[in-house]
Design a protein. Structure first.
Ligand code: GTP
Length: 592
């Protein structure tokens, strides 16, 4: 066990985590020059964001002695702090990587706090020292001033050229403690991730704290009491490699023909069924979804398939929740919960790309607490469940404590942005000359739509955002219904602050007017709060005859046009007596 080191690399996005991981893989003999192996999912490469944490075990030789380094990759974005936290629990130490050209960013601070909460030994490392305009001294000062490390603790490397990486490996050996635990005690293993394998069932990623696990063992998940017989245990190299046994200190996986993804919960403790450990490992920070949206299959008969995909996704990503819902306009689908907007975007993309699902997602909203006149307090995450306003005493919305870090030049722009979002300014901190932290409280609803994109554009990409939920606060929230030919379209209803409802409704109707094709009758579009109409539009009738363009002559052209029209028809959704093309729904629902 004294030859094992379990650690993560934590960093802000693009500070070089994957590049450094590549250097470790090379040192461990898993050579992958030029390719970023840990970011293996196609999507991750596209987005340049590490979404899933997957470990890799490396044989690293130092001064003729062989060590086993278990490197657990962690995601770097604000939406994924739960995933960072759960993989940190499997480690004794963390490398905190800071880009010398960017300095300490909001996420660097957030990640450092997470690592400290998990009692990890942190090695601060400045990366990209090979870059010409790298500000090594400034970055070092920030690490000392903002994060509180000592200057002589900081290592300097280039993950790209490999400079300094040997020193880092030595520091890992010296500073990060080897795991401790009792291999003879009853099994106590922490579930920190999982994925689904069609043949093997759920592959459970574990960190063994005490005891051993091997093929044939009868194991039990302590949270739900479910028992299984272990089929295979092993460690991760580039692929999964079976081993005879995993014992205290190890990081690896087991399979046990677990068919139901929902049986395996991240943060759970695995023990032996007939010789259980007394206490489970203290719980992971429970992640509560904060952003909700409906997801519906485009073809109603793909509901079951979508359900299966969602179950698999949930297994890889427990921060994501789902439950069935039905909509008059969109049919049967699911109400899904996400930790943030980026998490939602990525999940939807994964459903489309990885799982090949044709889906439609409704406008995201937060969860509201509603105090009813009869004294009950309910929480709702779906406009469809909004109670009759006459029964409502008070509505409360989630508030977050947010901080934006920027160079001072952008203070004006950022103040303007947050003021337009119902934010309450708190304070401005100057951790050093070139950086300002603006702290404010803001309703979560205000930052889940286009806030991050706007922030990036008004700060030329420099601004970083971090936020934390602090509680619910009373607010004037209304439900807005959208009606087509007087018929409310449930999938288009939304909840908003009274002051913003009119504006959002207007832009939604305008967009609808542009994207819904004229039909043979007039279409009226209305937005209403209760029975009060707050905005309206109309689409004048029009007879669409594609063949009129053909002047009778060319038959093949005619046929092509007809076929094209038929294709178009297939992608229509009927809403009452109005045909709405799929495209239109997409753009209506993407209204910010
Ligand atoms: P996420 O997975 O999105 O969090 O990013 P990451 O932290 O894994 O960053 P990644 O390793 O993808 O590096 C981001 C960019 O910085 C890439 O273009 C790298 O080639 C580059 N980079 C990383 N380390 C160095 C370095 O030491 N020197 C130089 N010059 N470039 C580097």
């Amino acid at each position: 066990m004294d030859k094992i080191r379990n650690f993560s690399i934590i960093a802000h996005i693009d500070h070089g985590k994957s590049t450094l991981a590549d250097r470790f893989l090379e040192r461990g003999g898993l050579v992958v020059k030029g390719e970023q192996i840990l970011d293996s999912m196609e999507l991750e490469r596209d987005r340049g964001i590490t979404i899933r944490a997957h470990p890799v075990s490396l044989d690293i030789e130092v001064d003729g002695v062989k060590y086993l380094f278990n490197l657990i990759d962690t995601p770097g974005h604000v939406d994924f702090s739960y995933e960072v936290s759960r993989s940190l629990k499997a480690c004794e130490g963390a490398i905190l990587l800071v880009d010398a050209t960017q300095g300490v960013e909001a996420q660097t601070i957030a990640n450092t706090y997470l690592a400290l909460e998990n009692d990890l030994v942190i090695i601060p490392v400045i990366n990209k020292i090979d870059v010409k305009d790298a500000d090594i001294e400034g970055t070092s000062k920030e690490i000392v001033d903002i994060l509180g490390f000592k200057e002589d603790e900081i290592l300097k490397i280039s993950a790209k050229t490999g400079e300094g990486v040997d020193n880092l490996i030595k520091a890992i050996l010296e500073r990060i403690p080897a795991p401790h635990g009792d291999p003879n005690a009853p099994l106590k293993a922490l579930v920190f991730d999982s994925h689904f394998d069609t043949y093997k069932g759920v592959v459970v990623y574990v960190r063994i704290k005490d005891g051993t696990i091997k093929k044939g063992d009868k194991i039990k998940f302590m949270s739900n009491g479910k028992e299984f017989e272990v089929e295979e245990v092993g460690i991760f190299r580039l692929k999964m490699e079976p081993e005879d046994v995993l014992s205290a200190g190890s990081v690896g996986y087991f399979t046990a023909l677990i068919r139901d993804p929902l049986d395996v919960q991240i943060g759970d403790t695995v023990t032996h069924a007939n010789n259980p450990t007394k206490e489970p490992i203290p719980g992971f920070r429970k992640n509560v979804p904060m952003v909700f949206a409906g997801i519906f299959p485009l073809n109603t008969n793909e509901f079951e398939e979508l359900k299966k995909s969602l179950e698999k996704l949930h297994l890889n990503d427990p921060a994501f929740t789902f439950e069935p819902e039905s909509s008059e306009a969109l049919g049967f689908g699911f109400r899904c919960g996400f930790s943030g907007l980026l998490h939602m975007e990525i999940t939807i993309e994964r459903l489309r790309i990885e799982f090949g699902q044709d889906i439609i997602a409704t406008v995201p909203n937060v969860e509201y607490e509603i105090v009813l006149r009869d004294g009950r307090t309910i929480t709702i995450d779906n406009p469809a469940k909004f109670p009759d306003p006459s029964n409502i005493l008070e509505i409360r919305e989630p508030i977050v404590d947010a901080s934006i870090m920027i160079p001072p030049d952008y203070i004006g722009n950022v103040m303007e942005l947050i003021t337009s979002r119902r934010a309450v300014y708190k304070e401005m901190l100057y951790p050093e000359e070139k950086r300002v932290i603006i702290r404010f409280e803001v309703p979560l609803q205000e930052i889940i739509t286009d806030f991050f994109d706007t922030l990036k554009s008004v700060t030329r990409g420099y601004g970083t955002l971090d936020y934390e939920f602090i509680g619910f606060k009373k607010a004037d929230i209304v439900k807005v219904d959208i009606l087509i030919n007087k018929k409310p379209i449930d999938a288009l209803s939304f909840m908003a602050h009274e002051e913003k409802a009119y504006y959002v409704a207007r832009s939604m109707l305008e967009k609808m007017r542009k994207v819904i094709p004229r039909q043979m009758f007039e279409i009226s579009l209305q937005a209403a709060i209760g029975s009060k109409i707050i905005a309206k539009e109309r689409i004048v009738p029009y007879r669409k005859d594609v063949l009129a363009k053909c002047y009778g002559g060319d038959v093949t052209r005619k046929r092509k046009l007809l076929e094209k029209q038929k294709e178009g028809k297939k992608k229509m959704k009927m809403v009452g007596n109005v045909e709405i093309p799929q495209e239109a729904f997409f753009s209506i629902l993407s209204v910010k």
